[in-house]
Write a protein that binds this ligand. Structure first.
Ligand code: 6PG
Length: 246
């Protein structure tokens, strides 16, 4: 536990499938609570490989338990490519989840990766402010991943985006990928009611060790900047990703 003002929980599962089921259950529970309390469930989703099983579960086994008409889907980050590009996070979520559930198209709020990055970032910030009002967005649920280099969303180690205190969405140039990305900032993520990191695989163990090390520098471990102001932070990890797992 890093701070008394929010709850941090770490859960370890035998394999990615069990871990993905657990997150699907958490999403169902959060959707039910949020729609009962506010009439709406606002969820922000990540791209990458890790959540594919989760999204497929939501589209099948868990489909009937989510109030899709009251659900609004946002993205945590996006690659600066058109929406039908193989690297598009929107495309991945559409193919694994959105094409298979009765969510109204107006409830799908994608980042416009095909536009000039700075303009797309500002547009998405405007979209968030329209949806949530002028306060920081209070997502009901944010689903995050972590790269083997410790990045989360598109907040990479040493990126200037880590210091952003005002904006909700920024465009970043990622030198090692030679690519632009759009990403929510820690400010946009930290007002969420529930934030879940989903981390699988042995290749993430060293990054996880650094993320859990009290003394490590957040510039090396951007996940340390994710600290909900008044919510819950949960790590759902498979055994292979746990540090010291030999
Ligand atoms: C993206 C993500 C990113 C992802 C991590 C982990 O667009 O790539 O949103 O933050 O969660 O890179 O990716 P994997 O799940 O592929 O390991």
């Amino acid at each position: 536990m890093r701070s008394a003002i929010f709850t941090e929980v770490i859960e370890v599962y035998e394999d990615p499938d069990r871990a993905s089921h657990r997150v699907a259950e958490l999403i169902v529970a959060t959707a039910q609570q949020a729609t009962a309390a506010r009439g709406r469930f606002d969820i922000a989703l990540s791209g990458g490989e890790t959540p594919r099983t989760l999204y497929s579960l939501l589209a099948t086994e868990f489909r009937a338990r989510i109030p899709w008409h009251k659900t609004h889907v946002f993205w945590v980050d996006e690659r600066c490519v058109p929406p039908d590009h193989v690297e598009s996070n929107y495309r991945m979520v559409r193919e694994t989840l959105l094409d298979h559930v009765p969510i109204p198209p107006a409830n799908i709020h994608r980042m416009r990766g095909e536009e000039e990055p700075e303009r797309a970032a500002r547009e998405y910030e405007r979209l968030l402010r329209d949806h949530f009002g002028d306060a920081a967005p209070r997502f009901s649920f944010v689903s995050l991943g972590m790269g083997a280099d410790g990045h989360t969303a598109s907040l990479f180690p040493e990126s200037p985006a880590l210091d952003e205190k005002e904006r909700l969405v920024v465009a970043v140039y990622v030198e090692k990928l030679r690519a632009h990305r759009l990403t929510l900032t820690p400010k946009a993520i930290n007002s969420a009611a529930r934030i879940v990191f989903l981390v699988f695989g042995r290749e993430k163990a060293e990054a996880l060790r650094i993320a859990f090390d009290e003394t490590s520098d957040p510039r090396r471990a951007p996940t340390k900047l994710i600290r909900p102001h008044a919510g819950e932070l949960r790590w759902i990890v498979d055994r292979a990703a746990m540090p010291n797992n030999s």
